[in-house]
Design a protein around this ligand. Structure first.
Ligand code: SAM
Length: 164
């Protein structure tokens, strides 16, 4: 069951440090058909509706080349989430799990990620399918599908050093 902000049986909130959203720069805004968390899909579907990533200046030039990647990773800030639960009851049945064992939007730093399919690029707007966020959700980053960057050969001894 999707939550608004209530605490359920068995859940535990902590006194979280004041949120500062340290140093994040939102690069755009996501436009979706969903205006309520109660109707937003729990995870995006690649046959879901086309959503729009509206990129802000000065980041529009950073879209160059993105059309080469049919599959993209979208990283966004689930801005309407509470951020103080350490134990949560996803089914609201009293059974709880730790926040880091869940993909819940309720987390200390409410980052969401989705793998989406690129539909097209129209100037400063990227059209995609596969999202699961509210209309107006702040956009943090866009990356090509990581599989396209998997090293071809396994790393050799000495390839990496501590701190790389
Ligand atoms: N796919 C992402 C992930 O796995 O990291 C997010 C998954 S999260 C379970 C998706 C849910 O977050 C939606 O069903 C909705 O209830 C909630 N949600 C979506 N956009 C949100 C926003 N901007 N602020 C707070 N909650 C949001």
């Amino acid at each position: 069951m999707v939550r608004e902000s209530e605490i359920r049986a068995g859940e535990v909130a902590v006194e979280a440090p004041a949120a500062t959203d340290a140093g994040l720069v939102f690069i755009g805004r996501i436009r979706t058909p969903w205006t309520s968390r109660l109707e937003t899909p729990r995870q995006g579907r690649l046959d879901g509706p086309v959503c729009r990533l509206e990129i802000f200046e000065p980041w529009v030039a950073a879209l160059q080349g993105i059309e080469l990647y049919p599959s993209l990773e979208v990283i966004y800030w689930l801005h309407m989430s509470r951020r103080d639960l350490v134990l949560q009851s996803p089914k609201n049945d009293g059974a709880v799990r730790g926040t880091f064992s869940l993909r819940t939007p309720v987390r200390p730093n409410p980052l969401g990620t989705s793998m989406v399919n690129l539909v097209g690029v129209e100037g400063a707007t990227v059209l995609v399918r596969g999202l699961d966020c509210l209309d107006g959700t702040p956009l943090v980053d866009l990356k090509p599908d990581r599989c396209k960057f998997t090293p071809l050969a396994p790393p050799q001894k000495g390839d990496y050093q501590v701190g790389d």
